[in-house]
Write a protein that binds this ligand. Structure first.
Ligand code: NI
Length: 174
């Protein structure tokens, strides 16, 4: 198990679409193990492979995300391979949404309230499930990563340009 380096905006590969996984081999299994460890170390509730520099359609998420009884110590996660959103309905504001690849920034993002996700699990079996609330937001956020989309692409142009200015200032002052 290895904690991998998390790429941050404006790294170009984060903005590129990721390729479908053709076979779940040792490389993919190792990637998933490392992604789980990297996510809990960060800490975050979800992580997509392009964030660790692998442009393949793999995401991991904390299965206890949003559960008020979870103290974060169980480190239980699931991986989804080639995840797709089959259905989406309703609308919620994801308050102060953040991303491990977008440093020191959060914003309210409009998201679907409920999504139906289809994916392969680590054993290569097709699974389909409905996600609401926080889990629904995680699914939309992480699957967006696989299409090269960050949450700052889903906020207003004005807010995004303010973030870019702030980031440019920080980068220049280093
Ligand atoms: Ni993210």
């Amino acid at each position: 198990m290895t904690i991998r380096n998390i790429l941050t905006y404006p790294e170009k590969s984060l903005m590129q679409p990721s390729a479908k996984v053709e076979s779940i081999d040792d490389e993919i299994r190792t990637l998933i193990t490392d992604m789980g460890e990297t996510m809990f170390d960060a800490p975050g509730v979800g992580l997509a492979a392009p964030q660790v520099g692998v442009n393949k359609r793999v995401i991991v998420y904390n299965i206890h995300a949003g559960n008020p009884d979870d103290d974060g110590s169980t480190n239980e996660f699931k991986a989804l391979i080639n995840p797709e959103i089959l259905e989406a309905s309703g609308s919620i504001i994801s308050e102060k949404e953040a991303c491990l690849s977008v440093v020191d920034y959060s914003a309210d993002v409009k998201r679907y309230e409920t999504v139906v996700v289809k994916a392969l699990n680590i054993d290569g079996n097709t699974i389909e499930f409905k996600a609401d609330g926080i889990l629904s937001v995680i699914m939309q956020h992480e699957i967006d990563h696989l299409d090269g989309i960050l949450f700052i692409n889903r906020i207003s142009v004005l807010k995004r340009s303010l973030y870019k200015k702030k980031l440019a200032k920080e980068l220049n002052s280093n």
